[in-house]
Write a protein that binds this ligand. Structure first.
Ligand code: URA
Length: 431
């Protein structure tokens, strides 16, 4: 078998066999298939799609491209959550401590920013010292002892996804249903999750723009989960506008911490309660969603969730002083409040445009391995449905470069649309 023939076959819209997919993935991980061929393969998949059988084969090949964790000796049930990627989505950083504080251990392997979307690891690393490179042994030990882990893909778990993810980010091959499904599910399977909550984003700032596409992705991932013997729930959540207020790594980290102090934008708070409730039900700690929601709420009110975040940060080498004093986070040199050009109701805050503007400020990567600027981004003050007067603060820009700041002002203003008529707020979930 030759890698080039497999690429040609996908280019020509022919179905690949399980053996061909396994050959390609194993060769890529072993370094026998170079990045440029893997990038061509990813582009062929993006353009021509994959059948469910191919996607399942790709997922399992990636899941078994390294070690797989068996957590049955570590915790009674290993739960995990994963988002399909969005703008301002710092859910894991708040939800994992909430759930862990309710007595449900959570161990999660997260990703870095991808395309115009942010990544949990990049946000966590705005706390100096925080390690995202735990080994498998460290992962297990921390999960058992602390009940919470939030790390990157260790080199030995689903390494095929780790390599392919970084390549996709810089080759325009992110928004592909089979590549997203296999990327997410391979990580979850390899990391030993027995119960998984999938947060499938839909809308202008998601890889899936329509509810129909998002449902297909959700069903595909649930099928793969079932096939691999994992309890899987998928939520369809709104990503037409950024979630919460903060977009950008350190700004989002601060918002995630503030949520655990009971100070967060309503949409982000409600979103987190709902995801946490599902995790608590799936993990057998809550009888139903209402009970799960109340438990999650209590974990914020009694400080348990914030304490769990401290435990997490400390366990992974981060400076806990940042959690207690958010004033320590790196601040951008230039901070500008942009005012509304008109009165009316906000009818759109285009999430992708905001995400792209944040990446252009330096919050994301243009090519593999690029450094990112953790301090830059936006605070979105007015969201869809909000009434606004001309001259009222609309959003805030955090930038380290004046020219980029000016571009960001124009770009984020162009993400806004207004209406003279009342506009209802966007729903948080579609199903
Ligand atoms: N999240 C992932 O882990 N992978 C993707 O491809 C998209 C979102």
């Amino acid at each position: 078998m030759r890698a080039v023939d497999i690429i040609i076959q996908k280019r020509d819209k022919r179905e690949l066999s399980r053996e061909e997919i396994e050959f390609f993935i194993h060769g890529f991980v072993a370094g026998q298939i170079p990045d440029y061929q893997a990038a061509a393969f990813a582009m062929a998949v993006l353009l021509n799609g994959m059948t469910p059988a191919e996607t399942t084969a790709l997922t399992l090949a990636m899941a078994h491209s390294g070690q797989t964790l068996d957590l049955s000796q570590v915790v009674d049930i290993a739960v995990d959550k994963h988002s399909s990627g969005g703008v301002g989505d710092k859910t894991s950083i708040s939800v994992m401590p909430m759930v862990a504080a309710c007595g449900l251990p959570v161990g999660k392997m997260s990703g870095r920013g991808l395309g115009f979307t942010g990544g949990t690891l990049d946000k966590l690393e705005s706390v100096p010292g925080y390690r995202c490179d735990l080994t498998t042994e460290e992962f297990k030990k921390q999960l058992k002892e602390k009940g919470i882990v939030l790390t990157g893909q260790s080199l030995d778990l689903a390494p095929a996804d780790g390599k392919l993810y970084a390549l996709r980010d810089v080759t325009g091959t992110v928004p592909s249903m089979p590549l997203i499904a296999s990327s997410i599910m391979s990580k979850k399977i390899a990391a030993g999750a027995q119960a998984i909550v999938l947060d499938v984003k839909v809308g202008l700032g998601a890889f899936m723009q329509t509810l129909e596409e998002a449902r297909v992705l959700a069903d595909l991932m649930m099928d793969i989960g079932r096939l691999a013997g994992r309890k899987t729930v998928a939520l369809l959540s709104d990503m037409n506008q950024p979630l919460g207020s903060a977009v950008g790594n350190a700004l989002e980290m601060v918002e995630a911490i503030e949520l655990l102090r009971g100070r967060a934008p309503r949409d982000y708070y409600e979103h987190c309660l709902h995801v946490a409730a599902h995790l608590l039900v799936l993990g057998g700690r809550a009888k139903n969603l209402q009970e799960g929601r109340e438990m999650a709420q209590r974990s914020i009110e009694d400080g348990g969730a914030l304490e769990k975040l401290r435990v997490l940060i400390q366990a992974q080498g981060g400076d806990v002083a940042y959690i207690d004093d958010i004033g320590r986070f790196e601040r951008a040199k230039f901070i500008e409040t942009v005012k509304s050009p008109r009165s009316g109701f906000v009818s759109q805050v285009h999430a992708r445009l905001v995400g792209e503007a944040a990446a252009a400020l330096g919050a994301g990567r243009a090519k593999k391995g690029d450094p990112i600027d953790r301090a830059v981004g936006f605070l979105i003050h007015k969201k869809v449905g909000d009434k606004v007067e001309a001259g009222e603060p609309l959003f805030e820009i955090h930038a380290n470069d004046e020219k980029k700041l000016a571009e960001a002002r124009t770009n984020v203003l162009s993400a806004y649309r207004f209406s003279d008529e009342f506009v209802p707020p966007l729903p948080l979930f579609y199903g």
